[in-house]
Design a protein around this ligand. Structure first.
Ligand code: ADP
Length: 292
């Protein structure tokens, strides 16, 4: 049975999330694929994206918003396993291209290492290629992480398919910076870990937050690398760009009744069950392992 059947919809609580999803299902789109950039409208016409498919006949189409370091990748990847849909992170697509010997590589490296956004055209082209691959893999639905990041990207996406829900993860800036600086990646398997121990005391009515480090297992411990854009200077620039270019995307989805705001209460053990609750989902495997 597909993994999605392990995730069942809870009936009573989290009305906000479910009504968001419901409104998203029934909301009309304002653009059509002809207004989108050529690459996107081309794959849309070829049906790489399920154009205006009834949500009941397809898997979820969600996007993750949130500042650098907030944990979009962590939670998008967990939900993707739970729901059986691909997790597509545009940051990963950019890093793959940047590490290749392609023409774009050195140009992308410079942009990313300055903390700037790559052009909408480049991102759409990388995303188009990834979405085309879905057909061959027999994938349906998606959880996008790191896209859309500009209003234009959001409009283009809206032009080709319906997004059911935008999940906006939130965490205070001090924790975001510490998380980016503490992030480590296994150069072999690509898994993410974190050496930072975040313990911010609450003050002036603001809640404190504790996040335990996420140490690597022994097999990864000697292979850890840091992202070249995870330096303090570049993280601060990425945050500045987020507030300027990407935060308006939150309003884009809020005004369409599709935004689910989620303040992370702590690390994965505290946040994952609460996020599932907000999304009306259950993860039996996690419950069983937590109870063991
Ligand atoms: P972050 O931790 O900042 O959320 P990501 O891994 O999502 O980082 O992205 C890394 C970099 O890739 C970004 O700083 C940006 O240069 C580029 N990038 C990723 N997604 C997009 C996008 N949708 N639009 C433009 N640039 C993007």
């Amino acid at each position: 049975m597909a993994a999605s059947f392990r995730a069942i919809t809870r009936s009573s609580d989290a009305k906000a999330a479910s009504s968001c999803v419901w409104r998203a299902f029934s909301s009309p789109s304002t653009l059509n694929s002809e207004t989108a950039l050529p690459a996107f409208s081309l794959f849309a016409r070829r049906n790489y994206l399920p154009l205006r498919q009834d949500p009941k006949d397809r898997n979820v189409q969600w996007v993750f918003l949130g500042c650098p370091g907030v944990g979009k990748g962590t939670y998008a990847s967990r939900l993707s396993d739970l729901l059986g849909v691909p997790h597509i992170a545009t940051g990963d697509l950019v890093r793959e291209e940047l590490n290749s010997s392609g023409l774009l590589s050195s140009q992308l490296k410079e942009t990313v290492n300055q903390g700037k956004l790559v052009s909408d055209e480049t991102i759409i082209s990388l995303l188009s290629k990834r979405l085309e691959a879905r057909e061959a893999k027999g994938e349906s639905g998606f959880i996008l992480d790191g896209f859309p990041r500009t209003i234009r990207q959001a409009e283009i996406l809206e032009g080709v398919t319906n997004i059911d829900l935008a999940i906006n993860l939130k965490l205070q800036e001090e924790a975001l910076i510490a998380k980016c600086l503490g992030r480590r990646i296994c150069s072999e398997c690509g898994d993410n870990y974190n050496i930072a121990r975040i313990d911010i005391k609450g003050e002036n009515g603001k809640p404190g937050i504790y996040m335990a480090p996420l140490p690597p297992p022994p097999k990864c411990a000697s292979k850890l690398i840091q992202r070249s854009d995870d330096t303090e200077e570049v993280v601060k620039e990425r945050l500045r760009i987020y507030y300027e270019m990407s935060q308006p995307v939150e309003e884009f989805y809020r005004s369409r009744g599709k935004l689910l705001e989620f303040n992370l209460p702590g690390g994965i053990p505290e946040s994952w069950p609460k996020l599932l609750q907000a999304l009306n989902l259950e993860d039996y495997d996690y419950k069983q392992s937590a109870a063991a």
